[in-house]
Design a protein around this ligand. Structure first.
Ligand code: PHE
Ligand code: NA
Length: 536
């Protein structure tokens, strides 16, 4: 139905694009933040179990279903589910594969703008002024002290950078799959890895910058992140399992519409099994070996434990690290390339959040590329405006991140693996994956994909509901850094938050609106299939 016959220009291209989607702010900010918060080694155990039981199998299912849907002529998640399930309700199962990437984009791009802004401020020396207060700079730049405070357009405000990242994202999406997405990832990914290696070399050779504090050295910094402590207690904490599973989904970009759309531009004989594994491995290298070794040791050698504990994901990246860079030799240079690295990681991810939306507007509503971009631009800008305006304590950002970026992702990934293992059927699904594959899915993954992955998801989801929605306090091990029930009490408690309610209302309206669009799209698809004798 979409007239554009888009495709990846090479095998490496699609792997780089999926790796580009995966490698993002999650690797360099979210991962080190979570791993330290949950005590390092214990977190890593739950993390690797989630990688093996959730990330890799759901990734294979998603690559396979994406390619299958693409061969039937569909590239958006609602379209692909419609083609695979062949039931009028099928397309609605793909709804979240549109909602999640598009709504994550709305706030992800706001953080992407910070990265670009920090890179420019670092380059111009604005981040290394003598005696500067970094939390003030951050609060002003992002507007965390007052709603509406960051609608400014100077060099030290987020405004101009929001405009620039919007323009860049839509420009590359406009150029299409091979000339836009693939192009950015082909250049961006190697550059990103090069920068990360340079910074890593710098961090690992920091030694003991303050001779008066001999304990604050690189080895102890690495130990702070990785030394096994209280593993048994940590593993009894359900929050840790939730956080580890959530990180795997978010970081691998698995289960919520990004990969399914990218894979839909593959050809019948293109491999999906080895490609999926390669992209996942690239993400894990960037996460564990690069993300895990840079930020935490760097903060530790200059500020010790105090620089890390309780700083949160953004505090570490945008408060502590600029200060760290300002204290090291050639700090201005390293700060500039570090924020450039974050920006590159972010833009290759945000492009993958737009493509599912473009694909849906093109094939679902019959829009041309420009019109599809216009509609998606308006919709996402509305959400970003909300995040940008309600910037006090990043309330709107946080609300959308929780309900869409955490709850939505869980639900979406669960639907995906159940459709693969039970609706398509596990034998049929694995056969499909093996078409053109350069490696086979190991046999023991068959029962995993059919039973263990869904059960594991269910167990985690039940714990997640109990802890986060119903406020059960699991009294084991370290407490989570956030008040687990606040996302609910923000909406319905005695002291609700206006911005949280508005952001939540926006989510609900968007879901209703998109459901309506999917219904329209379904009519188009059915009509086209009838006139084609059952084939699109
Ligand atoms: N995987 C990305 C990261 O680690 C985030 C992402 C979310 C990418 C949603 C695509 C879609 O930062
Ligand atoms: Na990632």
């Amino acid at each position: 139905m979409s007239k554009t016959q888009e495709a990846w220009s090479s095998r490496l291209g699609v792997i780089l694009a999926v790796a580009g989607s995966a490698v993002g702010l999650g690797n360099f900010l979210r991962f080190p933040g979570l791993a330290t918060q949950y005590g390092g080694a214990a977190f890593m155990i739950a993390y690797f179990i989630s990688l093996l039981l959730l990330g890799i199998p759901i990734g294979w299912a998603e690559w396979t279903m994406g390619r299958k849907g693409g061969l039937a002529g569909y590239h958006s998640s609602p379209g692909i589910f419609h083609a695979i399930i062949r039931h009028p309700a099928g397309k609605y199962l793909g709804l979240l594969g549109f909602i999640v990437p598009v709504m994550v984009y709305m706030y992800y791009v706001y953080i992407e703008a910070w990265c670009l802004g920090y890179a420019l401020n670092a380059a111009t020396g604005n981040l290394s002024l003598p005696g500067m207060n970094y939390s003030d700079f951050f609060a002003t730049f992002t507007g965390t002290r007052q709603d509406g405070a960051s609608i400014h357009f100077g060099l030290s405000d987020v405004g101009i950078f929001v405009v620039i990242v919007y323009a860049l994202n839509f420009f590359f999406i406009y150029r299409g799959i091979s000339k836009g997405v693939e192009f950015v990832c082909k250049w961006g990914m190697p550059l990103l890895i090069l920068i990360a290696l340079i910074i890593l070399a710098r961090v690992l050779t920091l030694g003991t910058p303050d001779p008066a504090k001999p304990d604050q050295n690189v080895i102890n910094g690495l130990g702070f992140m990785w030394n096994p402590k209280e593993i048994a207690t940590g593993l009894k904490n359900p929050q840790l399992w939730l956080a580890a599973a959530g990180q795997i989904f978010f970081s691998l970009s698995v289960g919520f519409g990004a990969i399914i759309t990218y894979a839909s531009y593959l050809k019948q004989k293109d491999d999906v099994v080895l490609s999926g594994l390669t992209a996942a491995s690239a993400n894990e290298f960037c996460e564990v070996a690069l993300g895990g070794l840079i930020t935490v040791p760097a903060a530790f050698v200059f500020f010790g434990t105090a620089g890390i504990v309780g700083m949160g994901t953004f505090g570490l990246g945008f408060n502590v690290l600029p200060h760290v860079f300002a204290q090291m030799a050639f700090g201005q240079f390293f700060a500039t390339i570090f924020y450039l690295l974050l920006f590159l990681a972010a833009i290759t991810s945000s492009l993958s959040m737009l493509q599912p939306g473009i694909a849906f507007f093109e094939e679902g509503l019959g829009l041309g590329r420009k019109a599809a971009m216009g509609v998606l631009g308006l919709l996402t800008a509305l959400g970003t405006a909300l995040v940008w305006w309600f910037s006090k304590d990043l309330k709107a950002l946080d609300t959308i991140d929780f309900w869409i970026g955490t709850v939505g992702i869980f639900v979406c990934g669960t639907i995906l693996i159940i459709v693969f293992g039970w609706v398509i059927g596990i034998d049929e699904g694995i056969n499909e994956a093996h078409q053109g594959a350069e490696m086979r899915i190991p046999g023991f993954y068959k029962p995993i994909m059919k039973y263990i992955t869904p059960l594991y998801l269910l167990a985690i989801f039940v714990m997640f509901l109990l802890a986060n929605i119903f406020g059960w306090n699991f009294k084991f091990g370290p407490e989570a850094a956030f008040n687990p029930t606040s996302y609910v009490t923000d909406l319905v408690g005695d002291n609700p938050s206006g911005p949280a309610r508005i952001a939540f209302g926006f989510i609900v309206i968007t879901i209703i609106f998109v459901t309506f669009l999917v219904a329209q799209a379904g009519k188009r698809w059915e009509a086209a299939e009838k006139s084609n004798g059952g084939k699109k």
